[in-house]
Design a protein around this ligand. Sequence first.
Ligand code: ADP
Ligand code: MG
Length: 585
Amino acid sequence: MTIRLLDDAVIGRIAAGEVIERPASIVKELVENSIDAGADSIEVRIENGGIDLIEVNDNGCGIRKDEVPVAFQRHATSKIRSFDDMQELVTLGFRGEALPSIAAVCDTVLETRSRDEEFGTRITLNDGQIVRQESIPRQPGTMITASKLFAQVPVRLKFLSAPTTEAAQVARIVTQYALSYPEIKFKYSSSGKTLLETTGDGSLTNAIVSVFGADSASNFLPLETYVSEDGKFAISGMVTSAAISRSTNKQISVFVNRRWTNMNRLVYAVELAYQGMLMTGRHPMAVINIQIDPELVDVNIHPSKNEVKFHDERYVFAALTKTVRATVAETSVPVSISTQGFAGFDMPKTEDHHYTEKPFIQPKTIIQSGPRYVQEDTKPVSFDEQEAVPKQAMQQLLPVLNVIGQYKTCYIIAEGPDSLYVIDQHAAHERVRFEQVMKEYKEHKCSSQPLLDPEILNLTPQQASYLTELIPTLQEVGFDISPFGEKDFAVRAIPAILIGRDWRQVFKDILDREGSKADDFIHRLMATVACHSAVRFGQKLNMDEMKELIRLLEKAEMPHTCPHGRPVMITIPEQRLLREFGRLG
Ligand code: ADP
Ligand code: MG
């Protein structure tokens, strides 16, 4: 066969294949365009599951007459100019592929009027080619009608599901964006029936009521918003308490910069937070937004833009689980068990319900994903300026761990989201105790416990002079100690944390390192105290004790190392296991 260039129509259909898989993909692209256009009202209408007709109508900025044909050219976009713009991306679209792809596989009509033009434009395309363009009177905004999907691509048509299934997929997409953009009024109808209508008043709770019904909505709790120290990463939203659950995880929505994503790993991170709270096979509901500096995430993974890649996925993952966990764990015993299924779209609106309100937050330093047409006045700080901070924080966060058991009465074996964890129980407890005593010390509430019989210590002259220097510091942490003759000291009280422990050993350890600098003395003392009050290496622990220890470790600020700098845990990634067992290609 001779090598020749494909004609435009064929190229168009092939390219469209990546973006447009089914009616829901078209709806997704069009709704995203409407959001990018700054619309505050978006209406979606479909017929026959979207196969016969999809219509998306918005009141956004519209397209200027001369730009209308350009919008249908492949790789034509108003949203980025250079590849670097991706680093500051604030729009959902950027690839300039949706309109040409839609026009390649549907009969397409676009009506639009830019806010600063008097007349509107209507353009009609068949098989990707413009067949007519005319001026029309209309209000500002854009309406796109895509009909006869895949009529020219029978093989794709054959792979579509039943219209009811396709309609359900479309509903899902509209629902997702209705939840992600509570400030936009969404209306969705299928075959003449209005199935979803949101208030567009900016209240996430109201959006949840519209989508899931008032009953389910009453079980949603606002997340305690997590914001990273540098303000480049935040998690907010609402999740259900453990009082209700669903049989699927489809009602867990995790948005990234308010973009809908279809990523099992994020859903799993949410579910992990409920471990031990829901019965196996049951799932929570959640509407969560991860707001992240565009520099720290890549949204250009696939033409469908359904997935993103985080620069530090472990951190995102762990923070997500922890944030949800913190909210869910705090809520008391289940209030009511709701037995109804998906409360669906037809639920009556309940205006008189009052829920605690907690809309998605938009930290100041993070550019919100929203209309490009709105002037942004807050620029993200360059990541380099604070490089060290997030990196450190990222390494420190520990995901929620599920204890499997104990090995050799020395190690706790636990399961994390993507790794197996082998934890040195002594080191882990040391870390936990260390942070506790350090905190008590800093707050000056190291409580002191008097001894029934004062203890006399006989020291060498060298130790004695060293100890004399240390007396003020020792008093601060709860020792009552004073010289008693030449080289002897009387101990009348000890820190409460040492009760029942071998505090004499603590003393010996401290004095052995005599001569060290005074400024790290507190650290050493606390590490020694922590060490002597931690569970031993070789101590049998029951399941509850191990779980408690891990729970405390999860909360620790630096869970990965013990106060002496040794590792607390070794992680074995699942990938490594697969590789070692020859299960990776
Ligand atoms: P992208 O969204 O990646 O830029 P699209 O093919 O989806 O690419 O759209 C091409 C361009 O058409 C957009 O960049 C935008 O300028 C314009 N456009 C598309 N839909 C709308 C809309 N609903 N309102 C205003 N402008 C729109
Ligand atoms: Mg687009």
